[in-house]
Design a protein around this ligand. Sequence first.
Ligand code: ZN
Length: 180
Amino acid sequence: MTTLRFMMSDLATTRQLSSSVGDYLKAIWEVAGTGGASTNDVAVRLSVAPASVTNMFGRLREMGLVEYERYRGAFLTERGLEEALRLLRRHRLIETFLLEHLGYPWKGVHEEAERLEHAVSDVFAQRLAEFLGSPERDPYGDPIPRADGTLAPEESWLLDQTKVGERVRAYRVQTSPIIG
Ligand SMILES: [Zn+2]
């Protein structure tokens, strides 16, 4: 009995660790893309203490997912980037599904997608993409990474950078300084 309980709690820890690893990779991508993400920016993004971020950056480096230097921040390695985009793909497909098919209001879809993205398999994500008609963008206008890990090029700019009288089409809603 004792042994079983020990194993169960071990499993729970492993699952929690892997989803938080994913959240960090995604946060690094969202605040810095392939550039260096600072401890503070990632801390703000994830609402955690900077010390926890420093700690996790060290662990991600050991796992080969980031390159990290104290004063330059964390850079995703090829493997780290692949994992970040895989999660982002799931996240944005799930958000699209919740908004377009389950009647979710805009507020609340992000949190729901945050939870679900860790629970679904690659097969589910692929079926979901097909069900949705393989969208290139989510309802916010954010690009959905493709299954091969590529991303549609960003062609939008902020409305305040538009010249007076210029005709534009608004197709992307940025809800915070950082996308997601
Ligand atoms: Zn979201």
